[in-house]
Ligand binder design. Structure first.
Ligand SMILES: [Zn+2]
Length: 219
């Protein structure tokens, strides 16, 4: 597999190039392009959350712990004394780090579900659903964001596969083929859940659907 710096470097460079092309086409302004670059770059390391001690998984759970703690403080600021809230926030962060993270690490297999094509699609669709439905971004920007996330994610899978090829000896390592899977009988329950989640997110995305949304924002 490719390491963290290769993933983040390649994803960052390609996101930069793609965002540049979007600016040239007049699809986004510079601020929006910066957001797209950030999304594409983060998506380029996202699949390795299934690797129990990777930088990706520590980054994600560090962020989730912080987000949860911040949400507790801001949501209940008017209702509870600040001292209490800070206590609860600290407790939530510890819970995330010492209960949720180990449970997640125990449940996920490296190069399992997260290293699959449906997971890449789900990451993009979830981005579209979130940015359209909750953040009310314009459809064009939302679908571009979804494209950058799915694209960065797929790029990670491609790089992992490329690194499985032993270029000097023209031999394939045993990990070849484990990063870009569509379905695996060994993990059929997980894949079933993944495809169901894809369907659910698809139907949850506010209309208009892709083609219509793109056309509407172009016209
Ligand atoms: Zn990987």
């Amino acid at each position: 597999m490719a390491n963290f710096s290769v993933h983040i470097g390649v994803a960052g460079a390609l996101s930069l190039a793609a965002a540049g092309a979007c600016i040239q086409q007049g699809l986004v302004d510079h601020g929006e392009a910066t957001v797209l670059i950030a999304l594409g770059t983060v998506a380029g390391v996202l699949p390795d959350v299934d690797s129990d001690h990777s930088i990706s998984v520590r980054m994600v759970f560090g962020f989730l712990g912080f987000a949860l703690a911040a949400a507790i403080v801001f949501l209940f600021l008017d209702q509870q004394p600040l001292g209490w809230l800070l206590g609860w926030a600290a407790l939530a962060a510890v819970f995330m780090r010492h209960v949720v993270y180990p449970a997640f690490a125990h449940l996920t297999i490296h190069r399992g579900l997260f290293h699959s094509i449906p997971a890449a699609l789900l990451a993009g669709l979830a981005t579209a659903a979130l940015t359209l439905g909750a953040l009310h971004w314009p459809p064009m920007l939302s679908w571009l964001a979804a494209g950058f996330v799915s694209g960065g994610y797929l790029l990670h899978l491609v790089l992992d596969e490329l690194y499985s090829v032993n270029l000097a000896g023209h031999r394939l390592k045993s990990s070849f083929g484990s990063a870009m899977t569509l379905f695996s009988l060994r993990e059929w329950r997980g894949y079933l859940a993944l495809y169901l989640a894809l369907l659910l997110v698809w139907f949850w995305i506010p209309h208009p659907p892709i083609a219509f949304g793109l056309l509407a924002s172009l016209g």
